[in-house]
Design a protein around this ligand. Structure first.
Ligand code: HH2
Length: 276
């Protein structure tokens, strides 16, 4: 059970997806993303996670300048009108630096600061919050043949090593968040499910934990195997509540309004139970 019953924070996923057709298309994309950010803030998001490069297997790589051009104007525009904390979802130190200059205060790195030899020092110099996520393999091929003897133990050991590396490089302990990396080099059910069931062991490492299970493929696999990403809300909420029960600090989700409501009800019930 959630030991503290602190409300779980909701991080809204804000992707700035590519548009290769025209500048007009790019501006339209910016407007759509800003409108989405406003909606997520109104819906109760506690953090917005802005990303300009997809980590999905098969997604095209994005160069630094393109990624910066996608995310920086959006971060600056959100920052100009809201104090909501903004996270930058990138593996590139240069993008993290540019995002921080524009107003981001959290670096969400799916490589746990392993992508570049500059990553650790950049995180320390920025002094921002840092999410260290577990991933087995590389984004392009990670789902080919993931293998673990004990997935929870191995993810916990990896995250522990990365917190040590981050702190040795000068990242403050109270800036570090951990993420088990649901779907990142994990078999749909054989690895993601034990990891979701064992979240309390990741929480026990003593850092705030971020859980990103929203709309992921394992939800479709557990349903009828045929649910597209935008038809996985029920499963996404079920996973968020499992995270809440295990004591995660935040959930990374696409459907902010519905998740906020589910967590409010879950927390109220849990608090009523603990009040006797
Ligand atoms: N998942 C995705 C991207 N970034 N960051 C963290 N910390 N944790 C995650 O689980 C995580 C992440 C990929 O999510 P997906 O739903 O496949 O794509 P997107 O979020 O880009 O829509």
């Amino acid at each position: 059970m959630n030991p503290s019953l602190q409300p779980v924070r909701v991080m809204g996923v804000l992707n700035v997806t590519p548009d290769s057709f025209s500048d007009g298309g790019r501006f339209a994309e910016f407007d759509t993303s800003l409108a989405q950010a406003r909606r997520m803030i109104a819906d109760g998001a506690d953090i917005l996670d802005v990303g300009g490069e997809s980590t999905r297997p098969g997604a095209a790589a994005v160069d630094e300048a393109t990624e910066i051009a996608r995310v920086v104007p959006l971060i600056a525009a959100i920052r100009a009108e809201s104090a909501v904390p903004i996270s930058i979802d990138t593996m590139k130190p240069a993008v993290a630096r540019a995002a921080a200059r524009a107003g981001a205060t959290m670096w969400n790195d799916v490589t746990a600061l392993r992508h570049s030899p500059d990553s650790l020092a950049t995180a320390a110099a920025l002094g921002c919050d840092v999410v260290l996520m577990h991933m087995q393999g590389e984004p392009g091929t990670m789902q080919a043949e993931p293998h673990y003897a004990d997935v929870v133990a191995e993810v916990a050991a990896f995250l522990s090593q990365r917190t040590d590396a981050a702190m040795a490089a000068g990242v403050a302990r109270d800036r570090i968040w951990l993420d088990p990396g649901i779907g990142f080099g994990k078999h749909m059910t054989a690895h993601n499910l034990p990891l979701l069931a064992g979240l309390d062991r990741i929480v026990a490492l003593g850092f705030p934990v971020l859980l990103g299970a929203s709309r992921k493929s394992f939800i479709s696999a557990l349903d009828d195997g045929n649910r597209p990403a935008d038809a996985r809300l029920g499963g996404s909420i079920a996973a968020a509540l499992a995270g809440a029960a295990a004591g995660v600090a935040a959930v990374r989700v696409h459907d902010v309004r519905e998740t906020v409501q589910a967590l409010r009800v879950w927390t109220a019930i849990a608090q009523a139970g603990s009040a006797g």
